[in-house]
Write a protein that binds this ligand. Structure first.
Ligand SMILES: Cc1ncc(COP(=O)(O)O)c(C=O)c1O
Length: 494
């Protein structure tokens, strides 16, 4: 096949996935009374699902069977696919199946990171410190704090405008200063707030030079960039552990995934014990299987979750993550440029894509407007779904908000500055998946311009609730009018 033919085929497959994503033609009634199509810009929280994956799961359902059953036809089929799901994950992250393994966890990347922290503490108890960064989601911070004596957060590079990627020079100093105590360096591949991409392989080589391991939170990487755990010409750039979750990679449910060097988990008592992970059990003792992933997956696994996730990864791999990455980075660059033209907008994170690669997400505020109010108006008047607040990354958000207020600090008195800081205790985040297009970006830019221009008319239509959210004074959305499980069961049973 020629290069251009392969590329045309990749784009055709991407177009199929994009066009058929489930939820692109959902309509809701707005505060204006109009009924319009929802524009989904919240993929960093959870992506929409792929129809291809849903269809595959529908076809699997009649064969569903417990993978701990062995000899009947459905059990053979389900077990084969469940095993394939593990191989698919290793393939997707370019891990060597001879040295690496993966296992699925219950609740997203968070469950995975907790498992990693506890295991590595037990594996290397003499190393009681973890280095992470200011950019991390709480899931790649609090598990390390819980299990280790000390966690140090490396800063992000401070540029003249804002923050960039992790400051690797500072990280290296921390490694030099704390060398023998550092168990691992845990960093995110892509920020869930700014979409800034971190140089994880450079960090890996640095960590390895100092005897530390590298753990990558790939929750925001998996859908947007290729992941290469193994096979670098310089093997010190290989990754020891990668964690991500299915609901951020177009899969239904929220299986989490840990891919890791087998040697790191070998010999450590698994966190959960029960069926499926033991060889023999007597009343006074049991022997844990030394097979991966069995020993890490006690109990009946989330079989459809794992298969759905692997199906999604396979579909992405058929398109090619390089193709997806190039398209998404181009969309984010264009969105950054277009958003920068909106009056009174503050975009967080250094916006110069030549200095810092960005993908997946952009966070911003309209000056003088509470993030929660902006998000509520975007929803109620423009049918644009975004996330707001601190995105489980409080330290990073706080630091960028305070930096952005530095200019105001010179001209405002203390009370006014505090009001502004309180208002901007969070941000609005627009985030993207393979199904988003320039039209969605244009719709967001248009909406933000309108909100800015009509703020005196729109803001008084909302009251602030005790929890910081905003409620329209007249318009109400009753979710049950659109969908309820009970209602659907009643309808189907008659
Ligand atoms: C960078 C990052 N890490 C970890 C997580 C936690 O993932 P999960 O919700 O699947 O546990 C998230 C979720 O938003 C994230 O964005």
């Amino acid at each position: 096949m020629t290069g251009s033919h392969a590329s045309a085929q990749a784009h055709a497959m991407l177009e199929t996935l994009r066009r058929d994503a489930i939820g692109l033609d959902v309509h809701y009634q707005l505060a204006t009374g109009e009924r319009t199509r929802r524009i989904y810009l919240d993929s960093t929280a959870s992506t929409l699902r792929l129809k291809v994956v849903q269809e595959v799961l529908d076809r699997f359902q009649p064969h569903y069977s417990n993978t701990h059953s062995v000899l009947h036809f459905s059990a053979k089929l389900a077990s084969r696919e469940y095993q394939w799901a593990h191989r698919m994950v290793l393939d997707f992250v370019h891990a060597d199946a001879a040295t690496h393994m993966c296992f699925f966890t219950g609740s997203g990347a968070t469950a995975g990171m907790n498992r990693v922290a506890r295991t590595l503490r037990e594996k290397r108890p003499e190393r009681d410190l973890v280095l992470t960064s200011i950019m991390e989601h709480h899931s790649n911070d609090l598990p390390h704090r819980k299990h280790f004596r000390e966690v140090i957060h490396a800063p992000a590079i401070l540029t003249e405008t804002s923050l960039g990627s992790i400051d690797v020079a500072r990280l290296e100093e921390l490694l030099k200063n704390h060398g023998a105590r550092v168990n691992y360096v845990a960093v995110t591949g892509v920020s869930n707030v700014t979409g800034i991409v971190n140089p994880i392989h450079e960090i890996a080589a640095m960590a390895h030079r100092h005897g530390a391991l590298i753990v990558v939170d790939a929750a925001q990487m998996a859908a947007h960039l290729p992941i290469r755990m193994c096979g670098h010409a310089d093997a010190s750039q290989d990754l020891d552990v990668v964690v991500f979750s299915g609901h951020k990679v177009y899969a239904p449910g929220s299986p989490g995934v840990v891919a890791a060097r087998q040697s790191l988990f070998a010999g450590i008592e698994p966190q959960d014990v029960g069926g499926g992970m033991v060889d023999t059990v007597w009343v006074d003792r049991y022997t844990v299987s030394d097979r991966f992933p069995d020993r890490e997956e006690a109990g009946t696994p989330n079989i459809p979750g794992a298969i759905g996730l692997a199906g999604a990864l396979y579909a992405l791999e058929r398109v090619g993550m390089e193709t997806i990455a190039a398209e998404e980075e181009a969309l984010v660059r264009s969105a950054l440029a277009k958003l920068a033209t909106v009056p009174d907008i503050v975009i967080y994170g250094d916006p110069d894509a030549k200095r810092f690669r960005r993908t997946g997400a952009i966070s911003f505020n309209l000056k003088g407007l509470d993030h929660a109010l902006t998000a509520a108006i975007l929803n109620d008047y423009f049918n644009i779904a975004v996330r707001n607040e601190c995105f489980c990354a409080h330290p990073y958000v706080r630091e960028m908000v305070m930096l952005s207020l530095a200019e105001d600090a010179e001209r405002l008195d203390n009370a006014a500055l505090e009001r502004l800081a309180e208002m901007h205790r969070g941000m609005v985040r627009a985030s993207f998946g393979i199904y988003n297009t320039e039209r969605d970006v244009d719709a967001l830019v248009h909406a933000l311009r309108e909100i800015g221009a009509r703020r005196d008319e729109l803001a008084p239509l909302y009251r602030r609730l005790a929890n910081g959210d905003y409620e329209h004074i007249r318009f109400r959305f009753d979710p049950a009018q659109t969908f309820s499980v009970k209602g659907e069961v009643d309808r189907l049973l008659g």
